[in-house]
Design a binder for this molecule. Sequence first.
Ligand code: FAD
Length: 423
Amino acid sequence: MTGPVGASASGAELKRGMVWRNWGQNQVFSPAAFAAPRSEEQLVCVVRQALGDGLNIRVAGTGHSSTPLVQTGGLLLSLENLSGITGTDLARRRARAWGGTPISSFGDPLWRDGLALSNQGDIEKQTIAGAIATGTHGSGTKLTSFSAAVRYVRIIDGTGDVVEIDERDIEELRAAQVSLGALGVVVEVELDVSPSYHLRETITFPHVDELLDRWDVNPDTHRHFSFLWCPTDNAAELFELPTPKGVRMADRAYTKVYDAVEIEEPGGIETTEGRRVDRSYRIYPGGFGLIFNELEYFVPTERGREAFTEIRQLIRTKYPEQVFPVEVRWVAADGAYLSPQYRRDNMAITITVAAGTDYWPYLRDVDAVLDDFDARPHWGKLHFTTRRRIERMFPELDRFRTIRSQFDPNDVFLNDHLRPLLG
Ligand SMILES: Cc1cc2nc3c(=O)[nH]c(=O)nc-3n(C[C@H](O)[C@H](O)[C@H](O)COP(=O)(O)OP(=O)(O)OC[C@H]3O[C@@H](n4cnc5c(N)ncnc54)[C@H](O)[C@@H]3O)c2cc1C
C-alpha cells in the first residue's frame, strides 16, 4: 500500500495522509490508511488485510463524540457506503439497518411500514452503529437508549471472522449493546422499534423554582420531559432556542414535553413552533449551529434534584462566565454491561462548553461534584473516568472485558484512549 490512494486486495480504495476531525473539532489525527468499503465483502477483505499488515483498526461514525474514541494510527474505516434500512417486521416490531445508516434515514422508511424508533435524542445526524456504541439516548423515565433496543448485531471481529449475535447470546448481546467499537466492526444491527406514533410538543419557559417544586411530577407525567436551564439571559441564543419576547431567560428553563397523540394526517399536523404535532421522527431532532464540546454524567434518578441543584450552585457561584444551557434528561435502566443505565434509572446532566476554550477547570469541578452522586459518564462526551472509577461504576466490567478479549484477542480494536480503560 503506497502513495496517497491505493487499492486493497478487496478493490476498496485506501486513502493515505487523510486528517480526521470530529464534529467538535477537539479530536484530530491522521490514520495510516482510510477506507470506506462499498460492500460487506470488501469490508471483510479490508479488515483481514489490515490484520495481516499488523494494523490496529477503528471505525468512524459521523464524529459526534467528543472523546478520542475514533483515534487510530492504523486503519480507519467508515461505513458511509453501507447505509440504509435492510428490513422491517411489523409483527415483531423490528427494523434492521446497515451500521453506517444515519438516524435521520430511519424515519420515512420505518413510517411506511407502520413503525418508528421508540425514542430519539437531540439530533439525528449520528450513524446507528456510532449511536449504539456510546449508549446514545433521548429523554423519558420509561424510555431506554438506542443501545437497549439492539436485538441483533453482525460484527467483523479482531480475527477477521464475521460473527452474529442475537437474543440467544444474551451475554454477548449485552456487551455489544454498548461496545465503544471495541468488539469489532458493526456491520448490521436489528432494533426493537415501536408502532408508528405522533407526538405533541409543548414548550414552556418556567423559572427554575417552579421546576424544582414539580421535580418528581413532571418527568413521570409525560412520555418525554427534558429541560435546558439557562444560567443567563443570552444562554438560549447559543442553542438558537426560540424564547418569548420580553421574557428574561436567566434562571429559567426551556422545557420540552412530548406526548403521544392520535391524529389523522394531514389535518392533525400542526407546525407552529412550540406546539407542533407531527410524526415522532419529525418532532425529536433539532440542530446546533455552533460547534461545542460536552460532558454528560448520569446520576441515579432519585438523586437528580440534589445533583442539579449543586451544579446550578457551582455555576452561579464559581463559573458565572459559563453561559451555555445545562440540559437535564431522564433515561430508563437497561442491561448492557457498559451502559450508564446498567440496572439503574438515571437522570442525565449535560454540560456544554465552547470549543477551543480552556474549560478543563470547570469540567473538573463538575466531575468532582457529580462523582459524589455515583455518576457514570456518557462515553461519547468528555469525562475524567479512570480505570478505578470504571471498576466501581460498572459492576460487569470484567464480564465485558472477558467477552471483548474473545472477540478481539490481539487488542486490534483498542486505541490509546480505550486501552487503559478496557484493556
Ligand atoms: C451536537 C451533538 C448532539 C448530541 N446529542 C446527543 C443526544 O441527544 N443524546 C446522546 O446520548 N448523545 C448525544 N450526542 C453524542 C453522540 O450521540 C455520540 O457521541 C455518538 O456516539 C456519536 O455517533 P457517531 O455516528 O457520530 O459516531 P462517532 O462519534 O464517530 O463514533 C462513536 C463510537 O462508535 C464507534 N463506531 C462507529 N461506527 C461503528 C461501527 N460501524 N462499528 C464499530 N464501531 C463503530 C466509533 O469507533 C466510536 O467508538 C450528541 C453529540 C453532539 C455533537
